[in-house]
Design a protein around this ligand. Structure first.
Ligand SMILES: C[C@@](CO)(OP(=O)(O)O)[C@H](O)COP(=O)(O)OP(=O)(O)OC[C@H]1O[C@@H](n2ccc(N)nc2=O)[C@H](O)[C@@H]1O
Ligand SMILES: Nc1ncnc2c1ncn2[C@@H]1O[C@H](COP(=O)(O)OP(=O)(O)O)[C@@H](O)[C@H]1O
Length: 281
């Protein structure tokens, strides 16, 4: 990618344990987060005014106004400088894969280069997922999202992402959560060398938002069923996107093809999670 371009990769919560709730209503999380080799594309050119154009296959319904997280991130970085921004949307919005947060983080990265400014330290105010998206590699996220440390060794993971085209509102899903104090992941995460080992270990962990998300969007059950031949099938974030993990890319490709044929209205993509550096599409 050129200096004024950035990939805003899909974020996937391999685990999402809700461990408590702060007085301000935000929830404490313990989450193993990885990124895909697929995402939105952001370009920035020099300009006097700040403008944004939203293009691409998933642009429908995404505002190009000041509420777009790309423009909010730009104004967070500098209150008045200009740039001509183009956001090519490939990820569904409000889908539990952090499209907006990853776009905001990409905007901070690109504009800090264009404007020669340091990255801000307080970007959690843009969204709980923005800090982890600033450095899109495997990480263990905690606090409400403001704390993250590199995850121990994980291999690249052949996977399929499935979204049924229903937006799951993150506040609505948190509001439907019955038990807000659940156990965290083990304090020391194991080193996992193969997709099979990853799937076996993940099966002992959870996404605590799955049950409330199913009440908000019952179609999630069908997404998980569609991934029945995966080593592990789970929801990401607050949904509704679900992911399936496979042993090989060809297994994932075959599964994606079959699901897309059976559900032509769904967004179905074969991806690699935690890809080797510089292999993004
Ligand atoms: C749940 C997660 C897990 O990675 O992913 P998504 O489903 O959004 O992808 C994130 O924590 C979401 O991050 P993000 O989407 O940036 O959240 P924000 O805009 O800050 O918050 C949206 C709303 O979600 C709730 N929220 C969010 C984060 C958090 N730790 N506790 C919360 O209770 C609050 O109701 C808040 O008003
Ligand atoms: N660049 C953007 N892309 C997608 N959604 C955006 C963007 N900017 C603002 N939003 C708003 O943010 C909300 C959450 O979007 P997103 O981050 O994609 O979902 P999630 O938090 O479920 O991962 C959307 O409902 C949308 O209104």
């Amino acid at each position: 990618m050129k200096v004024n371009e950035a990939l805003a990769p899909a974020k996937v919560n391999l685990t999402l344990h809700v461990t408590g709730r702060r007085d301000d209503g935000y929830h404490l999380l313990d989450s193993l987060v990885v990124f895909a080799d697929l995402g939105d594309h952001l370009r920035a050119g020099p300009a006097d005014d700040l403008t944004l154009e939203v293009t691409g296959p998933m642009a429908a319904g995404v505002s190009a106004g000041p509420d777009n997280l790309v423009l909010r991130a730009a104004r967070h970085l500098h209150p008045s400088r200009g740039a001509r921004l183009t956001l090519d949307k490939h990820l569904p919005a409000a889908a539990g894969i952090g499209g907006g947060s990853s776009d905001a983080a990409a905007a901070l990265r690109v504009l800090s280069r264009l404007w020669d400014l340091p990255l801000p330290g307080d970007c959690v105010v843009l969204g709980a997922d923005v800090p982890v998206c600033l450095d899109p590699v495997a990480q263990r996220l905690s606090g409400i999202g403001e704390r993250h440390i590199p995850a121990p060794g994980l291999p690249p993971l052949p996977a399929v992402l499935v979204n049924p085209g229903i937006a799951a509102s993150t506040p609505a899903v948190f509001a439907a959560l019955e038990n807000r104090t659940n156990s965290p992941m083990p304090s020391k995460l194991p080193r996992l060398d193969t997709p099979r080992e990853v799937a076996s270990w993940l099966a002992t962990q959870r996404n605590d938002l799955t049950a409330p998300a199913r009440t908000v969007a019952p179609v999630i059950e069908r997404c998980l069923s569609a991934l029945h031949n995966a080593r592990l099938a789970r929801m990401s974030g607050s949904g509704a996107t679900c992911f399936g993990l496979y042993d090989t890319r060809s297994d994932a490709e075959a599964a994606a093809k079959a699901i897309a044929q059976a559900e032509p209205d769904w967004w179905v993509r074969e991806v690699t999670l935690n890809p080797p550096p510089s292999s993004s599409r």
